[in-house]
Design a protein around this ligand. Structure first.
Ligand code: AMP
Length: 395
């Protein structure tokens, strides 16, 4: 493997990793350390033959977990590390070489992403202590959306909240929206096309991308705004918080917990946040599951229609993420709600998509928007951005 990049996505109790080689025909070593901070942390990885291995790590911290990850890399040594960082605020508009100043700036944005940025920083600290000589690059989930114009990123709130406290829409999943819109450009032979991208997984967001730049997106200050998600409510009336506090006596923490962890597909169905299980239950007539899928799809279509206002021209829609890539039913229900876009789903192509493969699922009628299913590759994109930055940066 020549000059592989180690991509790290560090959460508070987990570290996802991928050793990404320079060329696509070499195997990628991937895996996850989970239950960090408990007495039974575990490494689960995939080796170069595609076989899964697990190893019990016991009570380990981030540094020991990273050491275990390195031992699972079959002797390959990374040439650089790319870190997925959730929030880059307004300062970070592109991938950035990590130094003490960058670490301090990421710390300063932690108030905007209290669950994510501190965990991401733990990953940076651990990798810097293990590989002091290796270049490390921060790739921000928010960076791709820094091209939003003020009319898309400002809330209609007093100006001082923006100026003094950074209250604005930032957007997330930027690496994924950037990755699949660039791929749609390439596949369609339309450099700089106008795309609506729908990243539909446990977290869900849409984006409007024109000439490779994000012009609007459904997530906002936090990853709670916008679409219905696995356990997140997405948009609710901003008056809901005050109503729940006044009439039910709920604390802010309780409201936050309910909107982030007990709502979305799980809350609506009363069953599960897993789309596969919901589809199976709906097939058996479960009313909650049927309603959850209906609301989920309606809100996606509504968001795509709203975001189309940002585009000078609509070339097509791209579906990605675990649900977007693998659920023909969701794609059909969404497209059925958008006849005014002139999109036409080719039903057999929609049903015949294969996990992990790109597919065109419209009727290929000239002058109509295209429908793509494009597997997202956030790790590959983080590795590419890391390599590109290091190639551009004198060291
Ligand atoms: P992600 O967060 O991108 O890994 O996506 C997770 C979501 O994708 C879960 O709701 C899964 O149920 C859903 N998913 C994965 N495979 C399928 C499938 N074949 N059909 C429907 N949903 C799927």
């Amino acid at each position: 493997m020549n000059d592989p990049v180690l991509v790290i996505n560090c959460g508070s109790s987990s570290i996802k990793y991928a050793l990404v080689p320079t060329t696509a025909n070499q195997p990628r070593l991937t895996g996850l350390v989970e239950r960090l901070g408990s007495s039974d942390a575990r490494l689960k990885g995939v080796d170069s033959r595609g076989d899964v291995f697990t190893s019990d790590l016991g009570d380990v911290g981030h540094v020991q977990a990273l050491k275990a990850i390195l031992e699972g890399l079959e002797g390959h040594r990374p040439s650089a590390v790319g870190h997925r960082i959730v929030h880059g605020g307004e300062r970070f508009t592109r991938a950035t070489l990590i130094d003490d100043d960058v670490v301090a700036a990421i710390e300063q944005t932690s108030a905007l992403a209290p669950l994510h940025n501190p965990a991401n920083l733990q990953g940076i600290a651990a990798t810097r202590s293990l590989f002091p000589a290796l270049p490390q690059v921060a790739v921000f989930d928010t960076a791709f959306h820094q091209s939003l114009p003020p009319r898309a990123y400002r809330y209609a709130l007093p100006e001082s909240l923006y100026r003094d406290h950074g209250i604005r829409r930032y957007g997330f999943h930027g690496t994924s929206h950037a990755c699949v819109s660039a791929r749609a450009d390439a596949l369609s032979g339309l450099p700089g096309g106008g795309w609506l991208t729908a990243h539909l997984g446990n977290g869900c967001s849409t984006a409007a991308v024109w000439e490779g730049r994000s012009l609007d997106t459904s997530m906002g200050l936090t990853p709670l705004e916008g679409l219905v998600m696995g356990t997140r409510s997405g948009d609710v009336d901003p008056g809901l918080h005050a109503h729940l506090a006044r009439h039910l006596g709920w604390s802010l923490e309780r409201i936050d917990e309910v909107l982030n962890r007990e709502s979305g597909l799980l809350g609506l169905s009363g069953l599960t946040n897993d789309m596969r299980e919901l589809e199976a239950a709906a097939d058996k007539g479960h009313a909650g599951a049927t309603l959850a899928i209906e609301v989920f799809c309606y809100r996606i279509a509504k968001s795509l229609a709203a975001l189309s206002c940002a585009l000078p021209r609509l070339d097509g829609i791209v579906f990605t993420g675990g649900i977007g890539e693998n659920s023909p039913r969701v794609r059909r229900q969404v497209v059925d709600l958008l006849p005014h876009f002139g999109v036409e789903l080719e039903h057999n192509a929609n049903l015949a998509t294969v996990r992990g493969r790109e597919a065109r699922i419209d009727t290929q009628t000239p002058n109509r928007p295209v429908l793509w299913v494009i597997p997202t590759d956030e790790e590959g994109r983080i590795a590419d951005e890391t390599r590109k930055l290091l190639g551009d940066t004198p060291r």
